[in-house]
Design a protein around this ligand. Structure first.
Ligand SMILES: *Cc1c(COP(=O)(O)O)cnc(C)c1O
Length: 384
């Protein structure tokens, strides 16, 4: 399968966009889903949407045509998966609560426990109702930063080989690992090797293995044919066992933008444009990862004629998106398009400083611009 370069049509509706707003492009999202669907067909794996990274409900009608279900990090995501997606619901949490487990059991198809203690604690409740698995830590990861490395030293995520209790496996149907972050299939191969070395002897007793997320399948340079081979070979080694993948980012990858406006331009040894958005509140990975957002028409500082620091409209001194250069001077009221802002943004947004949450909008395949959700003062008031 050849991936076609994604072509955004956002500029055709730019006049209609009230900023700040996330705008998902239905056609681009569907291109991702077609790639994921091809991987499913060719490899036999089942792919789930990880809601942690992308949970835009109004697109679920489309996603559920292609994927098997959702993966949830706890009760609330599981509820949304059941209510709005209603296919398979797989729920994993670092620790489940007594007060929530009954409802989670009712709405989940799979539950993955993070420790044998949790499995023992809830075993009598879940047994017979849900297919249960245990998350293991393959202690092999090539994650780019410690913040996103589930195998980092002292990680709480998953059972290590040392802590594994073979005598408690009775009743468990699956093994789960998640050790990738925005990675290609070569990283999966390494993790899989670590996983099989440590836990391979238990796989024949299982019905399924979940390879977690972090597979950057829809990225242009991701080697999907090699992924298909890796999955097929794995299935061949283990008697055609069911394999799940649960990407979040790869579903939302390059499927939409955050559009913001220039509110003011101030000068302090350089030009600083203040926008009606915020790195801290609306694109936190720019600070956490850190990560440099792509801006349509914007380049690295001084590559083009006019350089600006783009900054958020909050009182946090470090609320800085980055320095960018443009062909023309920025003007107050100009709209800027931050590329690829659908995943790990909306799900993490805050009303820090009382700043407005960006609207959620959809550019349909027919070219219509639809505001899905508008947020105002009420969101801030209710949460404080
Ligand atoms: C975060 C996470 C995912 C999704 O990861 P992506 O990087 O968005 O693909 C899947 N499974 C688990 C357990 C996770 O923690």
């Amino acid at each position: 399968m050849v991936k076609t370069p994604k072509i955004s049509k956002l500029e055709s509706v730019i006049e209609q966009i009230q900023t700040p707003s996330y705008v998902c492009e239905e056609a681009l999202l569907e291109e991702n889903l077609k790639i994921l669907s091809y991987v499913q067909q060719e490899s036999g794996a089942k792919i789930l949407l990880a809601l942690k990274g992308f949970a835009l409900q109004n697109t679920f009608y489309l996603i559920k045509r292609y994927l098997y279900g959702c993966t949830a990090s706890g009760l609330h995501e599981a509820k949304l998966a059941r209510e709005a997606f209603d296919k398979e619901v797989h729920t994993y949490s670092p620790a489940f609560k007594d007060s929530e487990i009954d409802e989670i059991i009712k709405i989940s198809d799979h539950i993955v426990f993070n420790s044998f203690a949790q499995w023992q604690k809830f075993k009598s409740k879940v047994f017979g109702h849900v297919s249960c698995g245990i998350r293991v830590n393959p202690e092999t990861s090539l994650a780019p930063v410690a913040l996103y490395d589930p195998c980092a030293k002292y990680s709480r995520l998953g059972v290590t080989k040392k802590a594994f209790k073979e005598e408690l496996l009775e009743g468990l149907d699956g093994l789960h690992f998640h050790a990738l972050c925005e990675q290609n299939v070569d990283a999966l191969e390494k993790v899989l090797e670590g996983f099989e070395n440590a836990f391979g002897k238990y796989i024949s007793r299982m019905k399924w293995v979940n390879f977690g997320g972090g597979h950057h399948i829809t990225r242009e340079d991701y080697d999907i044919e090699r992924l298909i081979r890796v999955i097929k070979n794995f299935k061949k080694r283990y008697n055609d066992i069911t394999v799940y993948l649960e990407p979040g980012e790869a579903v939302g990858w390059q499927s939409g933008a955050l559009v913001a406006s220039v509110l003011d331009i101030v000068e302090n040894d350089m030009q600083i444009a203040i926008l009606d958005t915020s790195a801290e509140a609306h694109m936190p990975d720019t600070l956490a990862m850190p990560y440099r957002a792509q801006i349509r028409g914007g380049e690295k500082p001084n590559e083009k004629a006019y350089t600006y620091r783009l900054a958020g409209n909050t009182c946090l001194a470090g609320d800085i998106i980055g320095d960018y250069s443009f062909d023309n001077p920025l003007k107050i009221g100009d709209k800027l398009i931050f590329e690829d802002m659908m995943h790990y943004t909306i799900v993490k947004n805050t009303t820090f400083n009382g700043i407005k949450l960006p609207d959620l909008a959809l550019l349909t395949k027919d070219g219509d611009y639809k505001v899905l959700k508008h947020f105002g003062y009420e969101e801030y008031r209710r949460r404080n």
